[in-house]
Design a protein around this ligand. Structure first.
Ligand SMILES: *[C@@H]1O[C@H](CO)[C@@H](O)[C@H](O)[C@H]1NC(C)=O
Ligand SMILES: *[C@@H]1O[C@H](CO)[C@@H](O)[C@H](O)[C@H]1NC(C)=O
Ligand SMILES: *[C@@H]1O[C@H](CO)[C@@H](O)[C@H](O)[C@H]1NC(C)=O
Ligand SMILES: *[C@@H]1O[C@H](CO)[C@@H](O)[C@H](O)[C@H]1NC(C)=O
Ligand SMILES: *[C@@H]1O[C@H](CO)[C@@H](O)[C@H](O)[C@H]1NC(C)=O
Ligand SMILES: *[C@@H]1O[C@H](CO)[C@@H](O)[C@H](O)[C@H]1NC(C)=O
Ligand SMILES: *[C@@H]1O[C@H](CO)[C@@H](O)[C@H](O)[C@H]1NC(C)=O
Ligand SMILES: *[C@@H]1O[C@H](CO)[C@@H](O)[C@H](O)[C@H]1NC(C)=O
Ligand SMILES: *[C@@H]1O[C@H](CO)[C@@H](O)[C@H](O)[C@H]1NC(C)=O
Ligand SMILES: *[C@@H]1O[C@H](CO)[C@@H](O)[C@H](O)[C@H]1NC(C)=O
Length: 662
């Protein structure tokens, strides 16, 4: 629309369609042996090496040896039509000025790949009325700069490939009267550009096309952006095929409905529907409304299940089919919603079916519904626009149904019961806009009818319900307390840790070291094997970060970090004395390192070391060590925690000195 180009195209298309082509002029001298009942021809039959027209049509030739034409090198027109030829050799055409080649009305089933190689002057090729089932991929890819007319009609081709796009000039490509039903592209090129501005006309009439497939665009035109433009440029003539106008046409019809090119005066776009019968002879792109492109999807219940891309809906018509339940699953193309009509069956419940959250409208009127699954209703919320439950056997409605607006939910003509668990309905009905009929009724225990809008708890004497609710909650509380008590008995230590973690209650006996008013700088001294790189990393990156970084944070003494200058042994011993806890991080080689041994001994000898020394078993090796001497007796009566323990960090914090949370 940006330029006057469309008008030019329209003109070009017009011209190309009415083009009458005859390129096979008679070039002299001529060698005409047509209509002679000959069964063979060989190179010694040619009288003159300069012949330019060779006419062998209407004979009985079935075989041509590859040297047949080796004595004539200037042939421009060769007519082999109306013979019995079944195959051709790849190097048969030994001349390089060929303009016209006719091999129609033979018995060819295939062609050699190199048959037309470098026939740069070839303008017309007639292969019609043969038994060709396919075309070699390379046949049209050999510098055929002049080719303008290709006749492949009346063959047995089943697949169309974008051969014309390999050619260099405007071309008329006739593939009518084949058996083509699909397209493909194995030509080794995906992106075709029409850089020569060619006008390519492909006749695909009278083939076996029936179902449109969007992959046809790419196969017909190559991968490119503007489908509509291509469609008109490389205009394929798809008329006189028995097209099925179903959902598969929806996309292309949408594209072309929005395109200017639809109004180009070309007949080629006027292909018609054959199926379904009610659309027969309507023109696909002009006469069929977008919402008529629908596909029948099958399903077991004998229902009509129809996919409608325009409405983005799958319609399911199961009226009066004797169903007793809703179908368990339904075919649902991507992103579609469902419109279901189950009117007049014997369905007993509205179940939480897998497609519940896809239902846009559900008609269950005139069934035997007694039960509605509240979860199904919850899943329908936000999507459903209409729910028809009239003429069923509903006594109770689940409270969840009040998420759906009453004005689009039809519950009339049901034996609704005026029950204490139904009093919410009054609000639900009253909230609906005024135009909605609110005369829905229920029947109480005495058989008296009431308007649902007037039913209150007081009217029905429902107060004792509150009593039940209170006693139920008390019962639940009791059970929780019992569970807590049992847990505390079974795992007293864990219970204490949890209480400490949640309520900051520290129910342990205070350790002596904490109660005395010592001048202690550090909360904990970490003794670990600094020569083991993993242990070192874990200490620095995990242990220290967790205990120092998170509140309440502890002050840790890590020798490799905090040690000042002086006698190392003295400094270490002094730091340990000033620490409220000594954490020994036992790992595989802990006991082999000099300082660990030293620190371990100092720790053992320290006064008030009840609760002061605790162990972390770093890995499985440490767990093994802890079962052997000397560790076994050292750990006796001391806490040994393992990072794999449940609640490890809580337990560790529990063991460390008490801190205020600030
Ligand atoms: C070819 O054969 C047909 C029938 O066999 C015969 O009628 C016709 O005369 C023959 N033509 C020539 C040129 O021999
Ligand atoms: C070529 O054809 C002639 C008759 O047209 C025949 O006499 C001759 O034997 C054939 N030569 C070969 C090599 O087939
Ligand atoms: C070859 O001869 C036949 C019969 O005489 C004729 O119909 C046909 O047009 C000729 N072919 C060419 C290319 O002239
Ligand atoms: C055609 O002729 C070639 C040699 O000229 C021979 O090898 C081949 O078998 C023949 N084919 C038929 C179908 O007669
Ligand atoms: C279309 O269908 C009709 C009836 O089945 C058949 O006669 C006709 O050949 C078909 N046309 C094509 C192009 O397949
Ligand atoms: C034509 O297509 C139909 C399906 O659409 C298929 O059943 C039939 O076999 C095809 N006919 C030919 C000759 O390929
Ligand atoms: C369309 O064609 C593609 C590729 O040829 C194929 O995978 C797909 O199944 C076809 N779709 C339909 C609806 O036939
Ligand atoms: C789908 O089925 C219905 C009823 O059987 C039929 O009327 C309609 O033509 C079918 N539509 C298509 C696209 O096959
Ligand atoms: C439900 O289906 C029945 C029968 O087709 C129809 O009469 C009724 O109006 C439908 N309900 C709604 C809400 O459309
Ligand atoms: C309401 O209470 C009745 C008993 O009075 C019970 O049968 C029914 O299932 C309850 N309905 C709902 C939705 O809770």
């Amino acid at each position: 629309m940006r330029n006057p180009l469309p008008f030019l195209i329209v003109l070009l298309v017009e011209l190309s369609i009415h083009r009458v082509v005859s390129l096979c002029a008679i070039y002299l001298p001529q060698f005409d042996v047509s209509i002679q009942n000959r069964t063979s021809i060989n190179k010694s039959d040619f009288p003159d090496a300069n012949v330019r027209t060779v006419n062998l049509s209407h004979n009985l030739i079935s075989n041509l040896s590859s040297d047949t034409f080796s004595s004539v090198t200037f042939v421009q027109s060769l007519d082999l039509s109306h013979n019995w030829i079944t195959e051709l050799s790849g190097d048969l055409l030994t001349f390089s000025h060929l303009v016209c080649l006719k091999i129609s009305n033979n018995k060819l089933e295939q062609l050699p790949e190199t048959f037309l190689q470098n026939q740069v002057f070839l303008e017309q090729l007639d292969l019609s009325h043969n038994n060709l089932g396919s075309i070699p991929h390379k046949l049209f890819d050999g510098n055929l700069f002049g080719l303008r007319v290709v006749d492949l009609s009346w063959n047995n081709m089943v697949t169309y490939q974008p051969w014309p796009l390999l050619l260099w000039r405007s071309v008329y490509f006739d593939l009518s009267y084949n058996k083509i039903s699909t397209t493909a592209n194995n030509l080794g090129r995906k992106k075709f550009t029409n850089s020569h501005g060619s006008d390519i006309t492909v006749n695909l009439q009278f083939n076996n096309f029936s179902q449109w497939n969007d992959s046809f665009y790419e196969d017909l035109f190559g991968e490119d952006e503007s489908i509509a433009e291509k469609f008109i440029f490389l205009i394929p003539d798809l008329r006189n095929n028995n097209w099925t106008c179903d959902c598969n046409f929806y996309n292309i019809a949408t594209v072309l409905h929005n395109s200017f090119y639809l109004y180009a005066k070309t007949d080629n776009l006027k292909f018609k529907c054959y199926n379904p019968p009610h659309l027969r002879d309507k023109r696909v792109l002009y006469d069929v409304a977008l919402n008529e492109f629908a596909c029948n999807l099958t399903s077991d219940q004998n229902c009509l299940v129809q996919d409608n891309p325009y409405m983005n809906l799958v319609y399911v018509d199961c009226r009066s089919r004797g169903l007793t339940t809703m179908p368990r699953s339904l075919p649902l193309p991507n992103g579609r919603k469902l419109s279901l009509n189950f009117y007049g069956n014997s369905i007993r419940s509205l179940d939480n079916v897998e497609y519940a959250d896809k239902i846009e409208s559900l008609n269950l009127s005139r069934n035997a519904v007694q039960f509605i699954d509240g979860n199904a209703v919850k899943r329908m919320n936000n999507v459903i626009k209409e729910l028809d439950l009239r003429q069923n056997s509903l006594k109770y409605l689940p409270k969840e149904i009040n998420v759906l607006p009453f004005e689009t939910t039809h519950v009339e003509d049901n034996p609704l019961s005026c029950d204490c668990n139904m009093t919410w309905m009054a609000d639900w009905v009253n909230l609906a806009p005024g135009y909605r009929d609110k005369s829905v009724q229920c029947t109480d225990a005495n058989g008296d009818g009431h308007l649902v809008t007037e039913v209150t708890e007081r009217l029905l004497n429902c107060t004792n319900d509150i009593l039940i609710a209170v006693s139920v909650s008390l019962g639940v509380l009791l059970v929780i307390i019992i569970i807590i008590v049992i847990t505390a008995k079974r795992c007293p230590y864990e219970t204490k840790v949890i209480l400490f973690k949640i309520f900051r209650i520290h129910p342990r006996d205070k350790y002596v070291v904490d109660s005395n008013d010592h001048d202690m700088d550090n909360d904990a001294y970490i003794s670990y094997d600094a020569s083991d790189i993993h242990v070192q990393q874990w200490t620095r990156e995990v242990l220290v970060k967790k205990l120092e970084g998170k509140k309440p944070s502890f002050k840790l003494f890590v020798p490799e970090r905090n040690l000042g200058s002086g006698s190392e042994a003295e400094l270490r011993a002094e730091a340990m004395e000033k620490s409220k806890r000594i954490i020994i991080l036992l790992s595989a080689h802990y006991s082999k390192t000099q300082w660990c041994q030293f620190e371990c001994n100092v720790a053992e000898a320290m006064s008030e070391n009840q609760g002061r020394v605790l162990y972390i078993l770093y890995d499985n090796m440490a767990v093994e060590l802890s079962k052997q001497e000397p560790w076994k007796s050292r750990m006796n009566e001391r806490r040994a925690l393992s990072p794999d323990d449940k609640l490890f960090w809580s337990k560790l914090r529990y063991e460390l000195p008490l801190k205020s949370k600030a």
